[in-house]
Design a protein around this ligand. Sequence first.
Ligand code: AMP
Length: 461
Amino acid sequence: MSSPSRSFASLEIAPGQLKNLMLMGYEEMTDIQAAALPFGLDGRDLIAQAKTGSGKTAAFGIPLLDNVNSLTLQVQGLVICPTRELSNQVAEELRRLAKYKDNMKIVVLGGGTSIGPQIKSLAHGAHVVVGTPGRIRDHIEKENLDLSDVQTLVLDEGDRMLAMGFVEDINFIVKETPRTRQTFLFSATFPNDIVQISKRFQNDPEEIIVESHHTRAVIDQQFYICQHSQKLSALTTLIGHNKLNHAIIFCNTKQLVAEVAKYLKDKGLSAIPLHGDMEQREREQVLVQFKHRSANFLVATDVAARGLDIESLPAVINYELPRDQDTYVHRIGRTGRAGKEGMSLTIFTEKERFKLGQLGQRMDQVFEYESIDSLPNNRLIPQEPEFVTLYISGGRKDKLRKGDILGALTKTAGIEGQYVGQIDVADRSSFVAIARSEARNAASRLNQNKIKGRKYKVGFC
Ligand code: AMP
């Protein structure tokens, strides 16, 4: 039984939403939800410290959707996110949360994708818009988007947006919304410029801080010093010693991302690189493969890994210390989610030692470290990933849903359900994880058969 204060039933929400949350499997509120929802539903502004994985989308999404009148086809909710990946994830969660209302239209306006389809969607009307600052501003300037009916504004990952230089775009956008709106500001850290943004745009906000406690309690942070020339072997030592087979490895530059990914691959490990210079399609495929467990290690720069929503990642590895403390907090926040213990392993060299001291001071913690040579050099045992991700050339816009793909696999193609992993449906493509042993068979059968009455191209990611 959940305690009364943790139960969604203790909130003033529509009975339809309560049932919807139950169907989604949300049995009780997460820390951020328990702290934020009573205020949010009461119409108050919030400034909240929370990271992806804490359940923050529902913490703002439930009040945001509660404020929407679905009979009026005007933009009433606006969520601004730093990246298009995060925008997509937020929109996906909002769509699930919005199921209790009929015909809710939630439109994503992410940068880096073509603008034409977005203009069309906006022309059909939307209740909620989720997007990146530059692209939202673009649509306002081109008069595709009218924000004069916005009731709820959310600035998600505020510190990150400011660090990415979006402050002017944000100022521009917020001025387009009514002063009477409710404003939620989420940020992993509260540097001075975030405090300024809050002062400018919020009305007596309630401060919600739950994260730092969480971070310290469940993440085991370990630090290893090594010679510069030893770094690559230090990485495999850490992987071997901790028997890791699912982790993100963070690097500060895209050159290092490429170098580290190649090294791990040469050692027989399943590693894929991800950095901001890759094309959108390629990035999407990499993210989905890692999420599906079709690749064991993701080697990424910070910007590229933003918004990556993976539950209970057992470990993150910092191939070097990040440039600043906020980035460190974001990186280690990828592990130890939903109350599970996580591990953060950091490799650094003598030259970076002062940074560790600074990090400790800023985080009010004492970080002890060991030499990488103190660990036994365990043999690496390469493991094949559990799944292979198949690409299907149709998605949401082709009216494909997860159930259609699952049905085509299990009923038409005769693949047993136990071999089917996660399914992700994007606008014009879908991805499904299939157990390695069944992947070829599944791909060829899907290629021969129709899915929901139509033929699609199916291949390997
Ligand atoms: P977020 O921090 O919003 O990215 O959410 C992280 C994950 O937790 C998402 O997969 C949510 O669907 C899930 N989640 C959010 N709130 C709850 C809850 N109260 N109970 C169970 N899962 C939740």
